[in-house]
Ligand binder design. Structure first.
Ligand SMILES: [Zn+2]
Length: 441
């Protein structure tokens, strides 16, 4: 049975690479993954999965950081023009671009795998040193690039779907494949959890190509210390006035935002663990001789625990309110993304290790039990939900030689890591199905 799975995974290689390159060429950013999601839904249905999408997979009311309606419509049109399935795209109006595929194979645990689908907001390098450009699969969508490897994640996810479907008579339980939009900005997981995508899940696996496993043949079996985070935008609205004749009649939104920015960075650190606050964007003002009536500040808080992040974010709201009061300026705060803290289940990570040790692709001395993420990933929201129900989850990192760091416009990974990714996840599903159920449905 072991060799059989290795063979089935190896047979997907051509399709995996072709799919990865196709997705790389047509990247879509958070909540605009219409083409990607429609291809995923089509492939899952063709492989015999029950498919949920649109409002069945994403709770509209929970969505944060959604692009304006006009932009979403333009992206739907583009997706159809680039080979997406128009009838499926139509069901995702409003940015409901999550997909869940389920294969029910009798009694047994529910094992879920999560794959994120979105690209980054950036232009891809167009020079011959960059392989995607050189080999003709560089992004054709301005302002969007798969610079994190999620194109590879989707390709692996569909490879897993096909291999599992091929061996479905050996499965005992339910496989649920979750294709998530909007990981960048930590936006997509919460609305899928709220739509019930994780209901009844006994075992959850997710992962990333590269990240802290930057060599082909490495594997991290469990990831810990996901930082909780809140992304938020503050709009300050003041009153414009003549800077020479009547400055006292103005209400200065630029100074308000500057005051807030300085004091946000002065929030006291927390004694129980690490915290962060960053103002990443501050735009203000309209003209040199006009008291600035507008300012936009984009910031994020983070914490080693959800409580610490809540503390930082709550202080941040006070700082913004205080600055606005001092300058007599109105403000509004909009949350643009959110994730919680968390870590992997060591028992499940140990099972991943044992499986990987049986795969020649992974160098035994390069298999690592756990690393600290020291960043945020909204997979933590799914982990927390599964744990709340009594289940267990882990987040793996599949090593890959990287041409450049994640989120760099020269990012590219080693496609030799795709097939082992499929094989590893398929074996993990089989392994988990031999375990007892943990969650009472
Ligand atoms: Zn990523």
């Amino acid at each position: 049975m072991k060799d059989d799975i290795a063979r089935l995974a190896a047979e997907t290689e051509g399709r995996l690479v072709a799919r990865r390159r196709d997705l790389h060429r047509y990247p879509e950013t958070a909540w605009t993954e219409f083409r990607t999601a429609s291809l995923v839904a089509g492939a899952l249905a063709a492989a015999g999965y029950e498919v949920r999408l649109g409002g069945e997979a994403v709770r509209r009311e929970s969505m944060l950081g959604v692009p304006p309606a006009g932009e979403l419509e333009a992206h739907m049109e583009r997706a159809a023009g680039q080979g997406g399935d128009p009838s499926l795209i139509g069901r995702m109006a409003g940015g409901l671009t999550g997909v869940v595929g389920e294969l029910k194979c009798g009694e047994g645990p529910v094992v879920a795998l999560r794959f994120d689908m979105d690209a980054n907001d950036m232009d891809e390098a167009r020079d011959d040193a960059h392989r995607p450009h050189r080999e003709g699969f560089g992004s054709v969508n301005p302002g969007a690039m798969h610079a994190c490897g999620h194109d590879g994640h989707v390709a692996i996810g569909l490879g897993v779907a096909e291999v599992l479907a091929a061996i479905r008579d050996r499965l005992k339980g339910t496989v649920r494949l979750i294709f998530q939009p909007g990981e960048e900005g930590v936006r997509g997981a919460g609305p899928m959890v709220d739509a019930g995508a994780l209901d009844g899940v006994d075992y959850l696996l997710g992962g990333h190509i590269g990240f802290q496993a930057r060599k082909t043949g490495q594997l991290v079996c469990g990831t810990d210390k996901f930082l909780a985070t809140t992304k938020f935008d503050v709009h300050f609205t003041g009153v414009p006035a003549h800077a020479g004749a009547a400055p006292e009649q103005g209400r200065n939104a630029l100074l308000t935002a500057a005051c807030a920015a300085l004091n946000l960075h002065a929030i006291p650190r927390h004694g129980q663990g690490g915290s962060r606050i960053t103002v990443g964007i501050l735009n203000a003002g309209q003209g040199r001789n006009i008291i600035p009536p507008n300012a936009l500040l984009k910031a994020e808080s983070r914490g080693e625990t959800t409580e610490i992040n809540d503390y930082v974010y709550s202080c941040a709201r006070d700082v913004v309110a205080g600055a606005a009061r001092m300058y007599g300026v109105d403000y509004s705060i909009t949350e643009a993304g959110r994730s919680v803290s968390g870590g992997s289940d060591p028992g499940l990570a140990a099972r991943v290790r044992r499986i990987a040790e049986g795969m020649p692709f992974f160098r035994p001395s390069w298999i690592v039990d756990s690393v600290d993420l020291r960043g945020s990933e909204d997979f933590a929201v799914m982990l927390a939900e599964v744990r709340r129900q009594g289940g267990a989850g882990t987040y793996v990192m599949i090593g890959s030689d990287l041409a450049s760091g994640h989120h760099s416009f020269h990012f590219d990974f080693d496609e030799r890591s795709l097939v082992p990714g499929v094989e590893l996840f398929v074996r993990c599903v089989l392994d988990c199905m031999a375990l007892p159920t943990r969650v009472r449905g």
